[in-house]
Each structure stands twice: as structure tokens, then as C-alpha cells.
Design a binder for this molecule. Structure first.
Ligand code: SAH
Ligand code: SF4
Length: 358
């Protein structure tokens, strides 16, 4: 059996003719939330039977979720082969309703998806790294996370959602499937989530950043920088030995980006590791000439991690310095902190629970 969500319309049309049938199938799945082929009432019975024999449309099963006090929801999904991944729904803006009960501003959501089961990169602060790399997700397993979360939360079809590839895994280590997922998500007969609503976060695989740029998909780029010297970055992120900071910055400078947009630099702040004002100064220098915005992420402690959360004071000083030098900077709200939304953490805890009950 094949996962139907793995297929672009062009690929599907090799199985299903005439061509307009693929549009109908896409609409059933992505617009009308069909969960079985039997629901697809405008398809002839023989096509439905063929589809049933060859495809499935539910690549994920939700095995656990946790709702945070700030409204974000973290999901643990089981894939067909029993492996598990995490995704997070983050409500970004609340619905604003005026005194007449009319909606003035619609809620906005961001969905954080995984791109791999595990990760090869071995970052010392990251829980996903601990379990090593297991396998790449297919395009349909990536698309499936978004489809499932939109559907089960009754997020209307037209509602804007942003996608960030910031869950488990290194998306640029799975570029073929990630770029295919981006294209399937973009399809106007499908979820119609434009590339400019999709952000790929990478630990800095410079050659893959160049490849992604050459594909010219129109996606946004986020770089997990976390350190301003190669010496520290190597300790935190072994990938820096293959691609040092200069090579990453070089790749960023060549990356095609919409005139109105910026490259995001994620900077995970850890107490006494990289939270000094001298780091902020070096960061400003590093970003010189790049249309950048910085997102300061407060380290989310987990069992066995050698790092601590920085003080609020240091984080604010850091931000204020960047802003005083004209660098746009936000502190990532500790969304989902009480459910440990840094990816890998729900999975890790659920393992613990299983073994405790076993
Ligand atoms: N592999 C990609 C995307 C997934 S990691 C990358 O590294 O960019 C997504 C983000 O989660 C990264 O910026 C990473 O630094 C952050 N992260 C990992 N462990 C964390 C932790 N313990 N607390 C807070 N953020 C963490
Ligand atoms: Fe992989 Fe990103 Fe975690 Fe590093 S931070 S181990 S690249 S998922």
C-alpha cells in the first residue's frame, strides 16, 4: 500500500485518468477532509476501488498530545512502521471579535513539523540528537502532520497557517522529500499553503542551503546559529566542523529571498555559555550586510543536559543591544514551556512512561 499524500497531482495522474480526477481527489483530501475513498462521491466506483486497493490516506496515528497553558498543543504521532515523531500547533494570534460579535481579526497559527525520525547532527543541547538518526520522513509523512493538525483542530480551510520545519530532524538532510512536501502543500487544489508561509530551519548545511536556493522554491530560511565563534559552535554543533560559520554566512548571502523578507537567525541562549554582551556584539558584526532578524530562543532544560536557562535580565540586555544596533530581534515566547515544546522532549518523556509501566 502507498501513502497517497506522497503524490503530487502530476504523479497521481500516471495512475488515475482522466486528468481532472486528480484534482477531485486532491480536493476531497485537502479541502473536504475526506478520510476514506468511499466519501469521494463524485468519483466513479471503479476508480474508488482502485484507489482503495493501492493507497491509504492516513499515514499517522496520534498517540499522545499535551496542551500547554499558552494554548500550544504538542502531538506525538506514530508512523506506519511504528516510529514516532512530534509536531506542535502554535496559536500565534487570537481571534478578535468586536462588540457586535463580528470577527475583526482571525486567529493565526503556526505548525511546527518534523522532517526526520531522529537526526544525524548531534547537537549537544538537543534531545532529538540523543537517539541518533533513524530515517527520513517521506513527503507524505510531512504533509500528513499538517493535514492531521488542521483537520482535528477544525482550523478552517482558508485560515492562514505558517509552517516551520523546526521539529525533529534536519530538513536539509532530507531535501528531496522536504522540497516535495513544500510543493504538495503549495498546490492550490490542495492545502494551498504558499512557499512564503513555509520556513526551513537548518543547522547550517552550507552546500544544501545553496541547493535549496537553486531550487528557487520561494521558501524562507532560518539558520540555527547559536554561537558566534567557530570554537564554541563546534562544541555545541559538530556540523560546524564540516561547515564553519563563514561558509554558512556565505551560503546565506547567496540565498534568493523576497525583497520584503529576511533570513531568520535562531540563537539558543544558554546561561554563561553564549549570553554575554560580547556575544551580542560579535553577532551584530557577523550579520553586517545581511537582511536578518534574530530570534532568541531560551534554552529549554531537559534531563541530563549540561546547560541551563539564561537569566531574563541577560536575555533582555542581549536583545536591547542588538536592537540598538538596528538588528531586528525577538525573544521567542516560552510557548509550550510547561509541555517542554523543544522538540524531542515529548517523545523522550513518553518513552520513560512506557518503561515505567512495562
Ligand atoms: N535541525 C534544524 C531544525 C530542527 S531543530 C535546526 O537545528 O535548525 C529546531 C530548533 O529547536 C533549533 O533552532 C534548535 O536549536 C531548537 N532546540 C533544540 N533543542 C532545544 C532546547 N533544549 N531548548 C530550546 N530549543 C531547542
Ligand atoms: Fe538535529 Fe536541529 Fe537537534 Fe541539531 S538542533 S540535533 S540539527 S534537530
Amino acid at each position: 500500500m502507498k501513502n497517497l499524500l506522497d503524490y503530487t497531482q502530476a504523479e497521481l495522474s500516471e495512475f488515475i485518468q482522466p486528468k481532472f480526477r486528480t484534482k477531485q481527489i486532491y480536493e476531497w483530501i485537502y479541502k473536504k477532509n475526506a478520510r476514506s475513498f468511499d466519501e469521494m462521491s463524485n468519483l466513479p466506483k471503479d476508480i474508488r476501488e482502485r484507489l482503495k486497493n493501492e493507497f491509504y490516506i492516513e499515514p499517522l496515528e496520534m498517540i499522545k498530545n499535551e496542551i500547554s497553558s499558552d494554548g500550544s498543543i504538542k502531538y506525538l504521532f506514530k508512523l506506519k512502521d511504528g516510529k514516532t515523531i512530534e509536531s506542535v500547533l502554535l496559536p500565534m494570534k487570537e481571534e478578535i471579535v468586536d462588540e457586535n460579535g463580528k470577527t475583526q481579526k482571525h486567529a493565526r497559527y503556526t505548525i511546527c513539523v518534523s522532517s526526520q525520525v531522529g537526526c544525524k547532527m548531534g547537537c549537544s543541547f538537543c534531545l532529538t540528537a540523543k537517539g541518533g538518526f533513524i530515517r527520513n520522513l517521506t513527503a507524505g509523512e510531512i504533509v500528513g502532520q499538517i493535514l492531521w493538525i488542521k483537520r482535528e483542530n477544525n482550523i478552517p480551510y482558508e485560515r492562514r497557517v505558517n509552517i516551520v520545519y523546526m521539529g525533529m530532524g534536519e530538513p536539509l538532510d532530507n531535501l528531496n522529500n522536504v522540497s516535495k512536501a513544500i510543493n504538495i502543500l503549495k498546490d492550490n487544489d490542495g492545502l494551498a499553503i504558499g512557499a512564503r508561509r513555509q520556513t526551513i530551519s537548518t543547522s547550517g548545511l552550507a552546500t544544501q542551503i545553496k541547493k535549496l536556493g537553486e531550487m528557487d522554491l520561494g521558501v524562507l530560511l532560518a539558520i540555527s546559529l547559536h554561537a558566534v565563534t567557530d570554537e564554541l559552535r563546534e562544541k555545541l554543533m559538530p556540523v560546524n566542523k564540516a561547515y564553519n560559520i563563514a561558509s554558512v554566512m556565505d551560503a546565506v548571502r547567496q540565498f534568493p529571498i523576497d525583497m520584503r523578507k529576511r533570513v531568520m537567525f535562531e540563537y539558543l541562549i544558554m546561561d554563561k555559555i553564549n549570553d554575554n554582551l560580547s556575544d551580542a556584539k560579535a553577532l551584530v558584526k557577523l550579520l553586517h550586510g545581511i537582511k536578518a532578524k534574530v530570534n532568541l530562543i531560551l534554552f529549554n532544560p531537559h534531563e541530563g543536559s549540561p546547560y541551563q536557562r539564561p537569566s531574563q535580565e541577560n536575555v533582555e540586555k542581549f536583545r536591547d543591544y542588538l536592537q540598538s544596533r538596528g538588528v531586528t530581534c525577538t525573544i521567542r515566547q516560552s510557548k509550550g514551556l510547561d509541555i517542554s515544546a523543544a522538540c524531542g522532549q515529548l517523545k523522550e518523556r513518553s518513552k520513560g512512561e512506557n518503561s515505567a509501566t512495562a
